[in-house]
Ligand binder design. Sequence first.
Ligand code: COS
Length: 394
Amino acid sequence: MAHSRADKTFLSWPFLNDHHRTLARELDNWALSTLPAITDTPGAHDDIDNTCRVLVRALGAGGWLRYAVPKAYGGVFDQLDVRSLCIIRETLARHSGLADFAFAMQGLGSGAISLAGSEEVKLAYLPLVAMGEKIAAFALTEPEAGSDVAQIASTLEEKKSGYRLTGEKTYISNGGIADFYCVFARTGEAPGARGLSAVVVDADTSGLKVKERIEVIAPHPLARLKFDGCVVPKKNLLGTPGGGFKLAMQTLDIFRSTVGAAALGFARRALEEAVRHTSSRNLFGAPLADLPITQERLAEMALDIDASALLIYRAAWTKDSGAPRVTREAAMAKLYATDSAQTVIDKAVQMFGGMGVTKGVKVEELYREIRALRIYEGASEVQKLVIARQLLSE
Ligand code: COS
């Protein structure tokens, strides 16, 4: 079986409970039996919009999206369980980058609603997100505000009829296929970070246009959006006016560790592929794996993977144990896991030689899949800034 070699010993670590172990086993079986028919068919990667829609529906039907929303709205746990989110992302990423993406965006795209939506808004969106019947998106980044969120320039003006949203968002995952967007914009209570708010905007709102679809090295639905005086009902405000920056950061505190988990899944798959390949490929009359240089690389890969897993499940466990902020832990997990997964995958590509850069070979796909994770939801440099700032403020 293609994925049987991935190390599962981390599941016995004390950060996790029995229900996490059951989740990991059941999802792995589901992914093996369900995903190839969706992601490995001819054309699946040509029409990624359709493939992502099918994946969201399949993840919903399988019950996995219930982990992306709270229990009162069709979810599994009272609050999002970050360890479950990490297990799901690392497992799905090991099988398919697109499946991981489809799952992750349902959580990130509805996370601000789970944290701060009114009861009415939660009931209107979250159960459908959990069933895979509404596709979610998180719209924070702007052409002139990526890492520096406090510079957001889109405006949200309060009018009698509702909030009027004007501006542009870019690099929005699920842009073009989402049913709704959680949008962060300037309400202006104060300059900078204290003057932002968040609203839910339905995709069919008049004035909302997909300005451009963006093609990236590992294709997934991504777009630049224009909001041209969209009128959004007042009830769609998430949290308090002026509380948008903190809400975005709280959402990222939950999901940043899960980006690390996705990177971990990619790295585990690269190691599996490398072990299989070097054990069967002969060089100078013996398997490649017999060479000391191969063994040194395999050992480095395994070490990076375990170190990433420790940081990820430490951050996830800390959050699930009730810590009010896990900004530092989540930053460390995301930073280390994404940077080191890039190195692990690069080593796997090198071991595959020419095949490693050949289209259709798994490690080539992983090499493209991993790159964006060092950039989105806070680039590696931002994570370093977060870690250093905390040290210096102590
Ligand atoms: N949880 C709750 N509150 C938080 C928080 C968190 N994780 N992080 C910051 N805050 C609060 C701060 O406590 C501060 O509150 P007060 O004004 O009451 O003191 C306020 O938010 C502003 O924080 P700070 O001064 O640290 O903000 P900066 O503008 O300096 O921004 C960084 C900090 C760079 C860390 C932030 O902009 C960031 O995370 N950027 C990356 C964004 C990102 O991930 N972009 C990708 C988009 S998603 S694909």
